[in-house]
Write a protein that binds this ligand. Structure first.
Ligand SMILES: Cc1cc2nc3c(=O)[nH]c(=O)nc-3n(C[C@H](O)[C@H](O)[C@H](O)COP(=O)(O)OP(=O)(O)OC[C@H]3O[C@@H](n4cnc5c(N)ncnc54)[C@H](O)[C@@H]3O)c2cc1C
Length: 467
């Protein structure tokens, strides 16, 4: 019996668990598999993205491509139809419906009779993981339990957000949300809400704040002050010249060459830049892996902000809501760097350096939400398990702060660069090895591969070499 632990109860953990359960009928590695799912302190299944009850929070991938399994992308659409939700495959449905779908799919799989795979879920946090001499891993949980596993999958999501440098302790103690999904209780309804970050998470925060406090003015700030680009109204035809473009990109592992090729493709008559980018998406991990550390660093410094705007697009309905807020004067978007946040009694004071100006600006707000993106810096994280793994030299952080060093298949690397046979990750922790790894289309493919390869990598317990 192989013992496999899956750590993390979000959508990535769900995808891995679901895939193992789905494979149960033909599981033949050493007579079966005992899965332990360590889900943390949230209800298992949905995770950060899909536990929102706010109907304004929409998926940013069309319904037809959000199925949990790589070979059944239309599954979510079928689920919506069975629930009586009249939706086309091209629509962007509320994320809460997707959360229901995840829960329903898992429940269905759990109810099915299985002979070879068992599942036990634990509502606790894994805080330490140590390799043992027999090739297995010892795991410790927050409540002091110890367990053994032959293989482990880290599906931890993003690391805990660190507050921006320059935010004073008094600001942190009064009306500053470092985590955009967990707002602190406020003594009164805020009159002015400042959202730091204008990506998809910032947009969600703006829409929620606007609905919750209809009197509040809203300011969104980011270095360039650019909101996400828009998805097209309906699905686009696949980019016809995909093969030629990918061949062109393969000619040279060089960012400038790629940028030129993608720009030229997008500017060609009849081409839609979104279809061009979508054509590159499936190859992004391969392209990223072809870059050396210096080129990756250059991408992060110079191209990342523009990439985020065009790659992580918002549904047209979301843009309509934002525009209405802007037009009625409730929302303004600023291009400025946040130098610091002080005060808190009663107002928080944000010190901003507007882009292209030498004059600093101070803005008063009674609630500040930090929505600056998914945290992935493993070397400095307070996340107990990742901290221990790095400090004990079990794994090594990505040199650019993009999660943990891993092979393209998700196997984590020891500090000497060799892969652990039975220790995998998926999702945000793999930013450094895959770049494109956080959307459900990537997560479900990774889950499928892990459920296939991990049992082979660890082998039957009786035949595993004793170290
Ligand atoms: C707001 C938002 C909207 C998004 N919308 C879309 C979308 O529309 N379409 C799409 O394809 N993608 C979307 N994404 C991308 C998203 O990252 C993935 O779809 C998916 O939700 C990621 O799930 P995850 O399990 O990796 O992370 P998470 O949802 O963060 O789940 C990780 C879980 O692991 C738990 N955990 C962490 N450490 C431990 C530990 N030591 N022990 C136990 N448990 C632990 C955490 O508490 C958490 O519950 C969105 C992301 C966000 C943030």
């Amino acid at each position: 019996m192989q013992r496999i632990a899956i750590i993390g109860g979000g959508a990535a953990g769900s995808a891995v668990v679901a895939q193992f359960l789905r494979n149960a009928a033909d599981y033949d590695h050493s007579r079966g598999c005992a899965l332990t799912w360590i889900v943390g302190d949230r209800a298992p299944g949905r995770g950060v993205a899909y536990e929102t009850p706010d109907e304004q929070h929409l998926l940013n991938v069309r319904a037809a491509n959000m199925g949990l399994f790589a070979d059944r992308p239309g599954d979510f659409l079928d689920y919506a139809a069975a629930r009586g939700i009249a939706a086309s495959g091209g629509q962007f449905l509320p994320r809460s419906i997707y959360g229901d779908y995840l829960e329903a799919t898992l429940a269905q799989l759990l109810n099915a009779t299985r002979r070879r795979v068992t599942l036990g879920a634990r509502s606790t946090e894994a805080v330490a993981l140590r390799p043992l001499a027999d090739g297995s891993f010892g795991l410790r949980t927050r409540d002091g339990d110890e367990l053994r596993a032959d293989g482990v999958v880290l599906a931890l999501g993003a690391l805990p957000p660190a507050s921006l440098p320059g935010v004073s302790p008094s600001a942190l103690a009064s009306g500053y949300a470092s985590d955009p999904w967990r707002w602190p209780p406020l003594p009164r309804a805020p009159q002015h809400v400042l959202v730091i970050g204008t990506g998809l998470t910032g947009v969600d925060a703006l829409l929620s704040a606007a609905a919750r406090w209809p009197q509040a003015r809203l300011t969104a700030v980011s270095r360039r002050g650019r909101l996400p680009a828009l998805h097209s109204e309906g699905p686009l035809a696949p980019y016809a010249e995909q093969a030629a473009l990918l061949a062109r990109l393969s000619e040279k592992n060089d960012l400038r060459h790629w940028l030129r090729a993608i720009r030229a493709a997008a500017a060609a008559p009849g081409a839609d830049w979104r279809a061009v980018l979508d054509a590159v998406r499936a190859q992004t991990p391969r392209l990223w892996q072809a870059l050396d550390t210096g080129q990756r660093a250059r991408f992060l410094r110079h191209l990342r902000p523009a990439w985020e705007v065009v790659r992580h697009r918002m549904p047209p309905q979301t843009a309509v809501r934002l525009r209405a807020l802007q037009e009625n004067g409730r929302l303004r978007v600023l291009a400025a760097r946040v130098r610091g946040i002080d005060g808190g009694d009663p107002l928080l004071l944000a010190r901003l350096q507007p882009r292209g100006s030498t004059h600093p600006l101070t803005l008063g707000a009674d609630f500040v939400i930090q929505a600056t993106g998914l945290e992935s810096a493993a070397a400095s994280t307070p996340h107990a398990l990742v901290r221990q793994l790095v400090d004990d030299g079990v794994v090594r952080p990505d040199p650019l702060g993009l999660g943990l060093a891993a092979r393209p298949d998700g196997r984590l690397l020891r500090p000497d660069g060799s892969p652990w046979p039975g220790l995998y990750a998926l999702g945000t922790l793999l930013r450094g090895s895959a770049w494109e790894c956080t959307g459900m289309p990537e997560i479900r493919s990774a889950a499928r591969d892990i459920a296939r390869e991990l049992p082979l990598a660890i082998g039957p317990p009786t035949r595993r070499a004793v170290a």
